[in-house]
Ligand binder design. Sequence first.
Ligand code: MG
Length: 240
Amino acid sequence: MNSRSSFNKSASLFLIGLVGVSLLAADAEKEPTVVTPGTHGTPPSDAIVLFDGKDLSAWNSENGGTPEWKVENGYVEVAGNGGILTKESFGDIQLHVEWAAPAEVKGEGQGRGNSGVYFQGRYEIQVLDSYQNPTYFNGQASAFYGHNAPLANASRKPGEWQAYDIVFHPPKADAGGQVKPGSFTVLHNGVLVQDHIPVNGDSTTAAKFSGVTQTGPLLLQNHGNPVHYRNVWLRKIPAN
Ligand code: MG
């Protein structure tokens, strides 16, 4: 190796070192937050717990006032009139919710174990007993209702607990009113069923609210079927 190539090599290593140091520095400016994870679906340390099996203090009836839903045995059962709305409003979130369709099978299609999780009271991820219960594809369990069928039917049997893990980014309007689509990504019992599906701002049919908004409440639907819910929590997704 002559002295010139040796110099080039040294210079290259020096530059690589500089880049490395600057990358390290950039990383150090964004030290990730420490979050203690939960186990088997229990909330991580930074979660907002919406329902822990004890009470509905985080919720109102969608008709106003105290929810008529029944809390018992660590879960809440859809009952009475109206769905339930969170008191707090949310934008970009990661949601965990567990639900069970009635063990006693009644009805068929959309009439069996129907409920739903409405993000911002607008966009429904369908809750339905879709175990051996055919219906239209974009209306079955874990569908973005009326918009997009799930990639798979990962339903458990009626009466068994099921889990949704959902990442939701709401659509956002710029100053000129132009809407930038949001998205849904959904795991149903650990199976990917919605893969970064666009949310354009069209509310689900019969939604509580309409129009693009920065934040809105979560709504659990009362469709007249005694669906159970437990272990409902979310994390606000920090901006990049
Ligand atoms: Mg529904």
